[in-house]
Design a protein around this ligand. Structure first.
Ligand SMILES: Nc1nc2c(c(=O)[nH]1)N[C@H]1C(S)=C(S)[C@@H](COP(=O)(O)O)O[C@H]1N2
Ligand SMILES: [Mo]
Length: 355
């Protein structure tokens, strides 16, 4: 089976995971999607010289060595990471940005330390509201803006990690070696790679990557007026069959993955008739907070023809995935059931639709 990344841009490197590689609970590092605003740093980073600085609204600014981090209590957490713009190319109305289909997402087991344990070492001050992360990557383009992002102090202290391991390997260079931030259940943009400095602030960080992008806004509105993209939105993707595949009649195992960031997944329902009738899918594989759930639905198809398959997720609180995406200028958070439907052909192509 073809398992090559679909490269959207080479410089910076933006590439999506091939659909067959999304059929596993763990997404292998070699095919885990790549999303970069800047140049990936050189692999010459020396762990001896590397330091993580923590400053800003703290009682005690500190510099931590990599060795100190390795000696701290360890956290191992599985987390589904998705780019805010994943699914953008499937929107009915065009939105600007990388043309992701469904492969701007992956699930990995990360090893590292709780961010709280690191921040506590610097003794956060009372005024702290946000935590800003800065990476080693050098900006591309004339604007020369560094990728700096901040998350609320509460999120940083409750459910965020600094990770140095991914799926049992040292964090690969492309994914932020030697250390990256991971705001569990939040989109990739909140998870700064090649981390070198953390600054505690009394307000959100102000800068291009906070104010102009990763904001949900409509045409004619100022980007700053929109909400910042945070948690993953409830969604289900279909990973088997592939879109527009032709299959013989007989049993077809429909596979997919459903994820909902912080609220988990309660159920997935499948329709093979364009949304008229729905039947529950069955979950397969591990079930962990912050990680997607793989599901399957065995479809016994006897009649040749064209079919439209849809999947709809329900979260742990009973809320359902919307039938249609909420459109916005930068095409973030496409979680529409309709947008993620696929068409397949059963039997010889050319046979007409059964409905
Ligand atoms: N330093 C740095 N961190 C970054 C980025 C970046 O360009 N520079 N891109 C962000 C975005 S938009 C996403 S979706 C994720 C992608 O992580 P991955 O390439 O490991 O899949 O990293 C985030 N962290
Ligand atoms: Mo992203």
């Amino acid at each position: 089976m073809e398992k090559k990344m679909r490269i959207m841009t080479e410089r910076p490197l933006n590439a999506e995971t091939p659909i067959p590689s999304l059929r596993s609970w763990i997404t292998a590092n070699a095919v885990f999607f790549d999303r970069n605003q800047s140049e990936i740093p050189s692999d010459k980073i020396s762990l001896e010289e590397w330091r993580l600085g923590i400053d800003g609204e703290v009682e005690q600014p500190i510099e931590i060595t990599f060795d100190q981090i390795l000696r701290m209590p360890k956290a191992i957490v599985s987390n589904t990471l998705e780019c805010s713009g994943n699914g953008r190319s499937l929107l009915a109305e065009k939105a600007s940005g990388n043309p992701w289909t469904i492969g701007g997402v992956g699930n990995a087991v990360f090893g590292g330390v709780w961010l709280k344990d690191i921040l506590d070492m610097a003794q956060p001050g009372r005024k702290t509201k946000h935590v800003a992360f800065e990476g080693l990557d050098k900006p591309l383009g004339s604007a020369g803006v560094k990728f700096i992002r901040s998350i609320p102090f509460e999120k940083a202290m409750s459910s965020s990690l600094l990770v140095y391991e991914m799926n049992g390997e040292p964090l690969p260079l492309k994914h932020g070696y030697p250390l990256r931030a991971l705001a569990l259940g939040w989109t990739g943009a909140n998870c700064v790679k090649w981390l070198q400095r953390i600054t505690l602030l009394d307000r959100p960080y102000e800068g291009f990557f906070m104010d102009k992008v990763y904001r949900v806004y409509q045409k004619g509105d100022a980007p700053e007026s929109g909400n910042v993209v945070t948690a993953l939105k409830l969604k289900s993707i279909i990973t088997q069959p592939l879109p527009d595949e032709t299959l013989p009649a007989g049993p077809v195992t429909i596979l997919g993955a459903a994820y909902g960031g912080e609220d988990g997944i309660g159920a997935v329902d499948v329709s093979v008739d364009g949304g008229r009738n729905w039947k529950p899918a069955e979950f397969i594989g591990p079930h962990e907070p912050f990680a997607w759930r793989q599901w399957q639905f065995v479809w016994h198809v006897v009649k040749e023809g064209a079919y439209r398959i849809m999947a709809r997720a329900t979260d742990g609180k009973g809320r359902q995935q919307p039938m249609n995406a909420f459109w916005n200028v930068l095409g973030y958070g496409n979680n529409g059931v309709q947008e993620h439907a696929i068409n397949v052909q059963i039997g010889s192509s050319g046979a007409s639709a059964a409905f």
